[in-house]
Every structure is written in structure tokens, then in C-alpha cells.
Design a protein. Sequence first.
Length: 150
Amino acid sequence: MTTFASSLKKEIARVARKELRDEISSLRKGSATYRSEIAELKRKLKSLESQVKALSRSTPQAEPARKTPSLNEAPRGKPGRKVIFGAAEFLALRQHLGFTQAQMGKLVGTSSVSIYKWENGQVTPRAAQLQKILAIRKIGKREALARIQA
């Protein structure tokens, strides 16, 4: 019986290999096709990137955009000039003065939540508060502290 069992086992393995060979060959063909398509796409991408790089070198650079005034810059004597609020500059101003958000809110005349939202860029201050912020920028630490205590 052992020779019968071993020959049956060998025959089953041979038939299984034969069946799998057909299916695996179609998978191998598909895999090879995909690899060649991927390689072609990579070549195209590389050539397009080099074209973009060459075009960016050949085109003249545009003039840099004019810098908009921020809280660190005073308006240049032109009344009615629009001043753009900068959240990072406002945070730097508060840290320079050494104030908490509550103290800065008291100095500007608003709540500490408003100061928090201004610093995080969630909200921009209204024109009235913006004028107060511009005025605060011109004073020193001692005068600002005196205004809070008064």
C-alpha cells in the first residue's frame, strides 16, 4: 500500500503543478506588463520634471510682491493707509511687553479670548482695536504697565 500511496501523492502533486503553471504564467505576464508600464511612467515623470526645471530657469523671475505693512512697521505718513494685521507680530508684541493675554486684553480694551483668537489667526481685530494696537506698539513696557494698573 505504501507504493500506491506514494505514487498517488506524486500524481496529485504533478497535476496540481500543471494546473498552477497555467494560472501563474498569466499572473507573471500581467506582473511583467505592470512593471514595464510603471517604468515607462517613471521615465515620463523624470522627463517632465526636467522640462519644468528647464522652463523655470529660462523664464524671467517676476518682481517680488510688495511687502505689506505689518504691526512692526509704522504707516508712512499717509492717512487712511490700510494696515494689515499680523498674528505673529501681535504675539511678538505681547511677549515683548511681557504681558499675559488677560493683561494685553485690558490694555487694548477687549477680552483675553479675543487676544487668544487674534494671536492664533482665527479672527482679526476691528479697526478700533487695530488703532489701539498701533498706539500700544509705540509705548514702552513701563508705560504699558502703568496704563494697566491705572
